[in-house]
Design a protein around this ligand. Structure first.
Ligand SMILES: Cc1cc2nc3c(=O)[nH]c(=O)nc-3n(C[C@H](O)[C@H](O)[C@H](O)COP(=O)(O)OP(=O)(O)OC[C@H]3O[C@@H](n4cnc5c(N)ncnc54)[C@H](O)[C@@H]3O)c2cc1C
Length: 510
């Protein structure tokens, strides 16, 4: 269909990118962007763009993509735990400052003929256009004004994060936990310019309160940075800051909010980006989702005969990808929440745990990009020398390893182990109160020799069962046996290598 006029609410990455794509495709239409802030007043530091995202952006708009790449900074990844740091040359990871990204998107949108109104806080209902794109961010007024129509749901996460920066390009991206007198803080940090890095720090609520950050947050004016937190954490992370300080930009402790909506459009108004959906920052996908949403919206409009058909198609095409990513993000968030409980593991095993956390990457697949790390992790798991690890048939080798003197192999028949307490895991949240009760009950069962966990065959249920298995293993002294379908061998191997289960029965769900 041909569009005559488009008004975009919000000059973030989603709104600016969609505006340019639509103006390029419909050169005779009027495309306007309304942004409440000044062009240069954005806050935040850098955002990361993974390889797949880069490919999608390049295919949609090579010119803008080239400018993004020219202004970005590439990095490899590493994890630093217990005085050891291990790097991964994983992928073509790049990061770009949020304000630089917005400059690039704004100038390319302007080149295409998009009109701008900065310092204009408007409501969707005030706009008069054939299509209104509400790209007004996580606090979307458009979504909130019609929350019932959009079926909006906002889940507030219990943990806290602080989006800070450092005035130095770190040599590589790093995940680093630091234990303090109050508890553990974890940094997710990466360079994004020659003199800047994002330095995001997260912690649990109890640690945050013990450190007094509930008080500093309470008394902080809305546009100030929490200098007390930045000073304290700058000292705590001194080793990783290479002599530099943490810097703030309206930096305060926040709780991540996961936004989801049953519908993304109502009449001629369509939600885009964070307004419609968010995904936890640990998979670095918010900007990607907002920009890819713009690509999908533009394509759906081009192919449809009217607006209703176009917006329905946009949702039909985009929703599965978004929900899939949100599920991955939820698992990643839980993994990071429970990260401090795993700090007894050596860094290589932790890296395998990190990569396999959402069930997307198997140990074998991870080994194609990080053979040495995986080999070392396997040796740590089997308590043997790295020279003894068989890279040729990794899964079989993992399953063949003995457990102490009692089990000649990690692959067992559960029916041959006497005294196992059978537990069918049907929980939705492995960290919720029902799981707390279950783990406690199992720990108190003195009659059982161990626990045999079963669940439904779908991947989501298996991953949840393995989360519960890991909790039982860490919080009780029970032997943990998981029964899985042979098709879940990769998940079983990942769980063994990362010490989430002791033994597996691959005979299928009982
Ligand atoms: C801690 C943290 C780390 C992150 N790290 C990453 C990362 O590494 N990689 C990544 O891809 N993403 C990351 N993100 C997410 C990313 O910042 C957002 O997902 C992304 O900016 C969403 O883009 P958007 O265009 O939908 O919304 P936004 O960027 O939020 O833009 C919305 C715009 O709308 C404007 N606006 C709102 N209401 C009105 C109104 N009524 N009138 C006019 N203007 C209005 C706002 O001023 C704002 O400029 C991170 C987010 C957080 C919180």
């Amino acid at each position: 269909m041909k569009l005559r006029s488009v008004d975009v609410l919000g000059g973030g990455p989603g709104g600016l990118y969609a505006a340019r794509l639509l103006k390029l495709r419909h050169p005779h239409s009027r495309v306007r962007v309304f942004e409440q802030a000044e062009p240069a007043s954005t806050f935040g530091f850098g955002v990361g763009l993974a390889t797949r995202t880069q490919q999608n952006l390049e295919a949609a708009d090579p010119e803008t993509f080239a400018a993004i790449v020219a202004n970005s900074w590439s990095h490899e990844m590493s994890m630093a735990v217990g005085g050891r740091q291990v790097s991964l040359a994983l992928d073509n990871l790049i990061a770009i400052g949020r304000s630089t990204l917005l400059d690039v998107l704004r100038s390319h949108a302007a080149d295409a003929g998009v009109e701008f109104s900065y310092n204009s806080r408007v409501a969707a209902a005030e706009l008069d256009a054939e299509l209104v794109i509400a790209a007004d961010g996580v606090n979307s007024g458009t979504r909130d004004a019609r929350a019932e129509v959009f079926g909006a749901r906002i889940d507030v996460h219990k943990g806290l994060y602080l989006w800070a920066g450092a005035d130095v390009a770190l040599p590589r991206a790093v995940f680093a936990p630091v234990r303090t007198e109050y508890g553990t803080f974890v940094a997710h940090a990466y360079p994004y310019a020659s003199d800047r890095s994002t330095f995001l720090i997260e912690t649990d609520e109890e640690t945050w309160r013990r450190a007094g950050f509930d008080v500093t947050t309470e008394r902080l004016p809305f546009d100030a940075s929490d200098e007390d937190a930045l000073g304290y954490l700058g000292d705590a992370f001194a080793e990783h800051l290479h002599g530099h300080r943490l810097i703030g930009n309206r930096t305060r402790w926040l709780r991540f909010r996961t936004v989801s909506c049953e519908r993304w459009h109502d009449g001629n108004v369509v939600l885009l980006g964070d307004a419609a959906h968010t995904a936890h920052y640990s998979i670095g996908s918010g900007t990607k989702l907002a920009m890819e949403g713009g690509i999908a919206l533009d394509a759906a409009i081009a192919d449809a005969s009217d607006l209703e058909e176009a917006l329905a198609e946009y949702e039909r095409v985009r929703r599965p990808a978004v929900e899939h990513l949100q599920e991955t993000a939820a698992r990643s968030m839980s993994w990071w929440d429970s990260f401090p409980t795993r700090l007894d593991l050596p860094v290589e095993q932790l890296l395998v745990s990190y990569m396999t956390r959402a069930g997307k990457v198997s140990v074998d697949r991870f080994a194609t990009s990080a053979a040495d790390v995986v080999r070392t992790a396997l040796a740590q798991y089997a308590r043997c020398d790295v020279s003894e690890v068989d890279d040729g048939n990794r899964n079989e080798w993992v399953l063949r390893q003995p457990l102490g003197k009692s089990f000649g192999s990690r692959r067992v028949r559960a029916s041959e182990i006497p005294g196992l307490r059978p537990v069918r895991v049907s929980l939705s949240d492995p960290w919720g109160s029902a799981a707390d009760t279950l783990v406690k009950e199992i720990g108190a069962d003195e009659a059982a020799s161990g626990v045999l966990l079963t669940t439904a065959a779908d991947t989501g249920s298996v991953l949840t069962m393995l989360d519960v298995a890991e909790r039982i293993r860490r919080e009780t002294d029970m032997l943990v046996v998981a029964q899985l379908d042979p098709s879940a061998t990769d998940l079983a191997v990942g769980a063994l290598v990362t010490e989430r289960v002791d033994l597996v029965d691959l005979g299928g769900a009982a």
